[in-house]
Design a protein around this ligand. Sequence first.
Ligand code: HPA
Length: 272
Amino acid sequence: MADPYELSRQAASELREMTGIGTYNLAIVLGSGWREGASALGVPSSEIVASSLSGFVAPTVAGHNGQLLSVRVGDKNVLLIAGRVHLYEGNSADQVVHPVRTAIAAGAQTVVLTNAAGGIDPAKGPGTVVVLRDHLNLTATSPMEGAPPPPPYATRFVDLTDLYSKRLRSVVHEAVPDLSEGVYAGFRGPHYETPAEVAMARTMGATLVGMSTVLEAIAARHLGAEVLGLSLVSNFAAGVAAGALNHLEVLEAGEHAASSLGALLARLVPVL
Ligand code: HPA
C-alpha cells in the first residue's frame, strides 16, 4: 500500500483545491445521529463526495453517507466528516483513519470524534451525551501498525496518556456543565456485544461500548492534534436492560436526538 501519510497530504491538497479553503481549524467526525444535527452549525460552503478524494473509501452502512462539508463558524473553518468508515466494513486501520489524517494534513489541530454508543451505566440511558475521558481499544489493531511513519512524522510509539485532551474536556465542562464523562470500549463489531462481553467491558472500566472512534483518536494524537470524544448513548448495551438490540433502534435514537446534538455542537465549536 502507498504511504498513508503521503496519501493524506494528497487528499488534503485536493480538498483545498475543491473548496478554496487554505486551512481548516477543526474537524468533526459525525457519527450516527450527529450528522443530522450538524446542520445547526450553518450552511456549508461546500459539500464534497468523500470518495472523490484520494484514499477515501465509500461507506457501506445505512445512515452513513460519505461527504465532506465545510462550514465557517465564527472565525473557524470547520470540516465536517459525514459518513465514517469502519473496520467491520472490511477496511484496514489506515483506511479507517484516512479522513482524520486528511483533515489534520489540511490544518485541523482539533479533532472532535462523535459516535453513537451502547450505554453500560443504567443511570445514563438513551439520549444521554457523554464526554470521553479515555478508551479501551479492543479492536486488536492500531493505525500505527505496519511500516513506520516516515520523517518528519512522530514515531509509531505514540503516547496516549492524554489521548482525550484534558484541556478540551475542561473547556467543554465549562461551556456545558451537565455533561458527564465516560470510558469507551471500542470493539470491532459489526455484531453487537454479548452480555458477557459487556460485563467484561464494565469490569475493565468501560461505561460505553461502540465500534468506532478508538483508531481515529490514536491516529489524530499521533499527528499532534487535540482530541475530543463525544458519545450519544443510543441504547443500553446488551444485557444492561431487558430486550434485544437492533441497528434501526440505534439510528432512530440518533434521529430523535439530532436537534439537541446540533445545539450542543453549535455551543461547543466556538469555544474549542
Ligand atoms: N454496541 C456497539 N456499538 C454500538 C452500540 C452497542 O450497543 N450502540 C451503538 N453502537
